[in-house]
Ligand binder design. Sequence first.
Ligand code: SME
Length: 157
Amino acid sequence: MTSKIDLYREVQQQLSAVFAGERDGVANAANMSALLYEALPDLNWAGFYFRRGAELVLGPFQGKVACVRIALGRGVCGTAAERGETVIVPDVNAFPGHIACDAASRSEIVVPLIQNGQLLGVLDIDSPRLARFDQEDGIGLNAAAALLMRASDFPDR
Ligand code: SME
């Protein structure tokens, strides 16, 4: 069985190949959401919210229709964005203020996207399995997010 570390190493290689020769941020984020959704087991949502002022606005994703606007500081996404830190939630029902977009979600990880010291948005991943995400997912997804930030240009917020 492939270990999580090996899986994230493969993901990193595939992302490098997908981003090669393309710097459009929305295009790269769209392909990244598709790649993560296919590559990582037990997910029901994988995608992006981009910051516009004091709000996060839905970006490219895979999964069910999701809420469009989240205020900074609200929900798991807004909390990760406000703190500028990865947030891992083993049980979304035990997270005060969790915003339920897909009732199937049981656990969640949100990684902030930082480019040139600015909060650009968040990468949000949901699973129908309790406690699906751990520190290894945090490390792997932070590396993936950092690669997207290096490889892509985004419009000014
Ligand atoms: N659960 C998130 C909202 C986004 S959806 O999961 C796609 C939150 O609490 O911020």
